[in-house]
Design a protein around this ligand. Structure first.
Ligand SMILES: Nc1ncnc2c1ncn2[C@@H]1O[C@H](COP(=O)(O)OP(=O)(O)O)[C@@H](O)[C@H]1O
Ligand SMILES: C=C(OP(=O)(O)O)C(=O)O
Ligand SMILES: [K+]
Ligand SMILES: [Mg+2]
Length: 571
């Protein structure tokens, strides 16, 4: 889709377009204490422009891996950002970048990580296992050598109906108004007859009816079905446009999306299952499932992972892009570990003007249910071709940041665009600017967070996190610290969207990478004990020695092990 837009643009060159420590470890009640007198006002340690200058340095020194039994793993990118700009100015909104030909080499991957990429996404619609394996290995090496925690997300192809390849070397074909094109379920091979396009779905010729509208890539070109001859469907072009290899196809009849036998196609195809086995074997952190229609498929995949790969830590993200998902949003999001508003295909399945409200609904629902949410597709589409975004694109990005989505995603902009780093820096700068504006604007109202815990212990954790976040805001704390094994308490704090950043300490490298997708979390790898006093002393001295925190910083602390809140001024 992105590639198509790029080519269309090139056809239209005129662009119109702190020391009390633990007071109680009793899990049944919570004592809160604040031993601190002079809450300092926060220095404005820096301005936004500083971020940019600092991030021009695109390569990192190689990293001496800390002995995590004694040390603390924090990457140079986070460290530099915290030191340079102060806690308040760290970016809260995370960034997912689709990796493609423009960004797959080791140097570019490093540059993207330095510029703020939190998650690298590989799309199984494109490339082969060899290509994807090489990318995953490069990201892993980067993490090991540079001490980074870039997570990898694998996105399934799903059973969408799409066009075939156009043949060797053919990057696009232009369909003109009035022309008759043949869409056929026969494989065309290398001798593809003129104006003939193969279709991925065998039932296509049976499902279509005369007069149906065939929409390519959500409206980049349109056809009307005029004749059916066995496997061939003759269509007349009504809206001219470019046809790109593997472009998505939807059928419309009397203004509604046609779902016939194609609705029976499995959400996870046999190819997807092979890709999923491949991804898990290669150690991906997230699997994003395309075209999810109901919670069932998510339950199925999660139980498959739990039974077959019980020792693997893989999170499942439900992509909201199918019209059928819209009636089952709550169950789908509850079943999954997170969601993606996949606006590309969503916009091909529902009227475009409905996409913004669905985005808002999914983002708010995810926040309520405590699941990370990614806003994806076409955020900076014009930057595939141009070095500057349109004002409308900047407004779209700022709206997603204002909604406090966990993450923003680049697709074609980073996969095959000409300015992947520039696009990433636009996402960074807009996020920083809007986040600051949001914090400074006291009138953001209160969002009602419903109780989500089912056990009494979870309920206590939830209340502790809600209270800790509120205290941190009222006390204007410099940071929240959370000691968490699987990450749950960190998520609960992130859900409150506090004013200060959340330092999440976890002994698990995979939990650290997974937390990298969540709003406001700065994940550190640290082996900690059940002795909170010693954990805190160690953390303070390690972070102080690296210049990340200073004596006098006000910290609100919670942990998985002890249901308490501590307010501490760094000694
Ligand atoms: N692994 C890859 N190999 C080649 N091209 C890719 C790859 N991943 C993405 N791309 C290119 O980047 C574009 C945008 O990526 P994405 O939005 O993930 O896919 P799609 O456009 O199929 O939904 C794709 O259309 C494709 O041209
Ligand atoms: C993110 C999306 O999915 P894909 O890029 O895989 O089509 C989308 O459709 O917006
Ligand atoms: K996909
Ligand atoms: Mg999609």
């Amino acid at each position: 889709m992105a590639q198509q837009a790029a080519l269309i643009y090139s056809l239209t060159p005129s662009r119109t377009f702190h020391k009390p420590y633990l007071l109680s470890s009793s899990p049944r009640f919570v004592r809160i204490s604040a031993v601190q007198s002079d809450i300092k006002s926060l220095p404005q340690r820096n301005s936004l422009s500083h971020n940019v200058t600092q991030l021009k340095e695109l390569t990192l020194p190689s990293y001496e891996s800390e002995d995590t039994t004694t040390g603390i793993d924090v990457d140079a990118v986070t460290e530099a950002e915290l030191k340079e700009n102060g806690y308040r100015s760290t970016r809260r909104t995370k960034i997912v970048c689709t990796i493609g030909p423009a960004t797959c080499e080791a140097g570019m991957l490093e540059a993207m990580a330095v510029a703020g990429m939190n998650v690298a996404r590989i799309n199984m619609c494109h490339g082969n296992h060899e290509w994807h394996r090489a990318v995953i290995k490069r990201v892993r090496r980067l993490n090991e050598e540079k001490g980074l925690a870039v997570a990898v997300m694998m996105d399934t192809e799903g059973s969408e109906i799409h066009m075939g390849d156009l043949g060797d070397g053919v990057v696009s074909e232009k369909a003109e108004e009035g022309e008759i094109w043949t869409f056929s379920v026969r494989a065309c091979g290398s001798e593809r007859p003129e104006r003939t396009i193969s279709v991925s779905y065998d039932g296509f010729a049976e499902d279509v009816r005369l007069g149906d509208e065939l929409v390519v890539d959500g409206g980049m070109a349109r056809f009307e079905v005029v004749e059916k001859i066995g496997p061939d469907v003759k269509c007349q072009c009504t809206d001219p446009g470019l046809l790109l290899p593997r472009a998505n196809l939807t059928l419309w009849r009397n203004g509604s999306l046609v779902q016939e036998r194609n609705a029976m196609l499995p959400t996870i195809s046999s190819k997807d299952w092979r890709d999923i086995d491949f991804g898990i074997a290669e150690g991906v952190d997230f699997i994003a499932v395309s075209f999810v229609r109901s919670a069932e498929v998510i339950h199925q995949l999660k139980s498959y992972i739990n039974s077959r790969y019980y020792n693997k830590d893989v999170a499942v993200i439900a992509k909201i892009e199918s019209v059928d998902s819209l009636g089952n949003l709550e169950e789908i999001i509850k079943a999954a570990d997170g969601a993606m508003v996949a606006r590309g295909d969503l916009g091909a399945q529902i009227p475009l003007d409905k996409v913004p409200s669905v985005q808002n609904t999914v983002v708010q629902l995810c926040r309520q249910l405590n699941k990370p949410v990614i806003v994806a597709s076409q955020l900076l589409e014009s930057m595939i071709e141009y070095p500057t975004p349109t004002r409308a694109e900047v407004s779209d990005v700022s709206e997603a940041v204002r909604q406090q989505a966990d993450a923003l995603m680049l697709s074609g902009e980073s996969a095959m665009g000409q300015y992947p780093q520039k696009a990433l820096s636009v996402l960074r700068n807009v996020s920083l600017r809007i986040e600051r504006w949001w914090r400074e604007d006291n009138d953001h109202g209160t969002i009602n967070l419903p109780h989500i815990a089912t056990s009494s212990s979870d309920r206590i954790s939830e209340e502790i996190c809600n209270s800790a976040a509120m205290m941190a805001n009222k006390l204007e704390a410099d940071a929240l610290f959370v000691y968490t094994k699987a990450g749950e308490m960190a998520s609960l704090l992130s859900r409150c969207r506090p004013d200060c950043p959340i330092f999440a300490f976890t002994p698990s490298t995979s939990a650290r990478r997974r937390l990298n997708l969540q709003w406001g979390l700065i994940p550190f790898c640290l082996n900690f004990s059940d002795d909170m006093e010693s954990n805190l002393n160690r953390t303070f001295s390690l972070l102080k020695s690296r210049g990340i925190i200073e004596t006098g910083d006000l910290i609100v602390v919670v942990s998985d092990m002890f249901q308490s809140i501590q307010v501490i001024k760094v000694p």
